[in-house]
Design a protein around this ligand. Structure first.
Ligand code: FAD
Length: 277
């Protein structure tokens, strides 16, 4: 399904930006392979770590949300499509008494996006649990990357941004099942993060041995607002769009935060959110 001039605010959780030339949602791998990828294009999952900073994205945005979704497991591995949500995956595993993936619950992304970002929470990160991933490159060739090929670290890896992750195999670790862990972590998340608001998660990466939120707070920026975009009072590393915000206001607020944190701590904050134009 191809949609032209599609509103970008509909495909990200922060809800900013203008339109894109084409938004395509293939319904099968065959359809995905047929998409012409020789011009500007990008893949999107749930759009929970992306902020569009343009009035017009002159290219194709591809979402796998209409493709078949699956998650299954055996004694050694868990197999899932990249388009299932982190919440669904963690709930399935929890129901099947497979421990070790509770940290994914509450991350509002897809498994594909979480793999690409090496998403993490509560001192855990997804890529360390990955056995292998299956991808399609921009020439339409399906290939596999094993854990050792991923070369991952904090919120990064060497996954090619022009390839689409289609499925994931995770290690089914033999870990003791803790029947209260999911709800415990869920409560911590609710108490410390602004959920159900227009945001794109943490704006900045945590500098080594420090926390971006702590530095932002220390620079007395908590609650600061530029137009319709403000710094959350619950978690200072989150920017919230009150519904009237623009990407220019988002960029201005980013600039102010970086400048103030640098002048107070001599630390350059690096973006975690992916800015796309
Ligand atoms: C309220 C809130 C809480 C959050 N909490 C956390 C948290 O605790 N920990 C954390 O790490 N993050 C957190 N995030 C950020 C975000 O949810 C994660 O980074 C998530 O993994 C992104 O997944 P997504 O599907 O939304 O990816 P998107 O935002 O759609 O995309 C992110 C990147 O992945 C690429 N991508 C997406 N799908 C594919 C695919 N199938 N193939 C190839 N590339 C792909 C995109 O091109 C883009 O570069 C939070 C965000 C919000 C709004």
């Amino acid at each position: 399904m191809i949609q032209n001039n599609y509103p970008l605010k509909n495909i990200t959780t922060i809800g900013l930006g203008g339109t894109c030339k084409e938004f395509i949602c293939p319904s099968s791998i065959d359809d995905l392979l047929k998409i012409n990828k020789s011009h500007k294009h990008m893949y999107i999952g749930n759009g929970s770590n992306i902020c569009f900073i343009t009035d017009y994205y002159d290219g194709t945005i591809i979402s796998l949300k209409r493709m078949k979704r699956f998650i299954t497991h055996d004694t050694n591995f868990i197999y899932c499509s990249s388009n299932i949500s982190c919440n669904k995956a963690s709930r399935y595993l929890y129901k099947n008494k497979i421990s070790g993936f509770e940290f994914l619950y509450g991350i509002p992304g897809s498994m594909g996006g979480a793999i690409f970002m090496n998403a993490g929470a509560f001192n855990d990160e997804l890529l360390q649990h990955v056995h292998s991933i299956e991808l399609v490159n921009n020439k339409g060739k399906i290939y596999e990357m094993k854990n050792k090929d991923l070369n991952y670290s904090y919120r990064t890896s060497n996954i090619d941004k022009n390839s689409s992750i289609i499925s994931v195999t995770l290690y089914n670790q033999v870990k003791e099942f803790n029947k209260n862990l999911l709800s415990k972590l869920n409560i911590i998340r609710k108490n410390t993060q602004p959920i159900n608001q227009l945001s794109c998660g943490c704006i900045f990466k945590n500098p080594k041995d420090d926390y971006a939120a702590k530095l932002i707070e220390g620079a007395e920026l908590k609650g600061m607002r530029v137009g319709g975009i403000y710094i959350s009072r619950k978690h200072s590393n989150y920017f919230i769009n009150d519904g009237s915000g623009t990407y220019n206001e988002f960029l201005q607020l980013m600039k102010i935060v970086k400048k103030r944190v640098f002048s107070k701590y001599n630390i350059h904050l690096q973006e975690e959110v992916i800015l796309v134009k």
